[in-house]
Design a protein around this ligand. Sequence first.
Ligand SMILES: C[S@@+](CC[C@H](N)C(=O)[O-])C[C@H]1O[C@@H](n2cnc3c(N)ncnc32)[C@H](O)[C@@H]1O
Ligand code: SF4
Ligand code: SF4
Length: 424
Amino acid sequence: MTLKIANHPCFNDASRHKFGRIHLPIAPKCNIQCNYCNRKFDCMNENRPGVTSKILSPQQAMHYLDQAMILSPNIAVVGIAGPGDPFANPNETMETLRLVRAKYPEMLLCVATNGLDLLPYIDELAELQVSHVTITINAIDPEIGSEIYAWVRYNKKMYRDIDAARVLIGNQLEALKRLKEAGVTAKVNSIIIPGINDTHVIEVARKVAELGADILNCMPYYSTTETVFENIPEPSVDMVAEIQKATSEYLPQMKHCSRCRADAVGIIGEINSEEMMQKLAEAAALPKNPTDVRPFVAVSSLEGVLINQHLGEAERFLIYGMDYDKNECVLVDSRTAPPTGGGQQRWEELAGILKDCRALLVNGAGGSPTKVLNEHGIEVMVLEGIIEEAVYGVFCGQDLKHLMKSSQIHACGSSCSGTGGGCG
Ligand SMILES: C[S@@+](CC[C@H](N)C(=O)[O-])C[C@H]1O[C@@H](n2cnc3c(N)ncnc32)[C@H](O)[C@@H]1O
Ligand code: SF4
Ligand code: SF4
């Protein structure tokens, strides 16, 4: 199958108003922290990178893509651009790309990454005919990089300052070289941050051109609240134009990038339609694997009003369904938890007891049961608050960030909130 690369609206000006793109927001986690990036907020009116209104599983993303193709048949490109980093979520990313390639053989595929964990996946990306990979390279000098990156987590180790920048830049440049050896079109994004790397972007351009990059996108940095750089002004139009002119000595330029959201869909530059966002919300409300029949949600609670019990301490689980006619959730059952002890076997048994549930809402959970239940298609959500609000939110695909416990501080392994009842 020969892919029609010329249809890519981001790379061909002539296709911009004819063909659309869709970003599938399947990659929430990130493996580094850039001092300009904040993925905390979701405002539908906010058009900037890292923002999405929902996160999907690969199978939910396929369901959403099918619906989107009906509403907008001119979609020619499926991209994965976060909201975090695709290769900090490699299983979800590769699974999504495989599913899209199998169902839509003519679709152009593209991925945007910081490049830290890209290397191991390059061969499969080439096999899947991912036509464009973008690496964001803001610096090639670790001194400058150390001002841009707060931390880098690589191979389970945390790096900071100049060490962080060294690890990241080393991997980015190596991945770029390998992408070209594998025949993948490589775009480099360089974010122009005044006073930090504006005079350095030319060095980045020279180096990445030497390694074979195909196109450079000098992106103006977008001032974002609650970031280290929030007080740095955005670059002027003149500054951006000058840098683009100077770097064009080394590489062709992409000049019309819209700095899209992680769930951008349709023609570049147009805002997401309400109808399309409704389809996204519907997909997010489905079970992680939409073909599963999972009409229920399980909850761990001491008294039946609040989500206030740790998974390891629950003796029974409350089972809720949804009455769509009355638009409310209803308690339908109470199921006894498997006896404590038994290690992994206990969680396998629990997965069987909850096999018709799409999610389990608890006040704390260990890594081991979470992994087992996830593998059986049951999402473990660590929340606090009123049961009915949370259950209704799960059934309706609502954002439950406000009920989330502050970054799972109480998860097992770090500082468990349970009394040691045994998550095993
Ligand atoms: C949200 S990221 C997701 C992909 C990947 N994590 C990465 O950084 O390349 C997509 C693009 O948006 C850029 N970006 C994020 N926040 C930005 C900001 N405040 N201003 C300009 N670009 C930004 C990133 O640098 C990257 O090029
Ligand atoms: S790598 Fe991408 S998602 Fe991660 S912090 Fe940087 S811009 Fe944000
Ligand atoms: S962010 Fe830029 S490259 Fe990515 S889809 Fe939008 S216009 Fe295309």
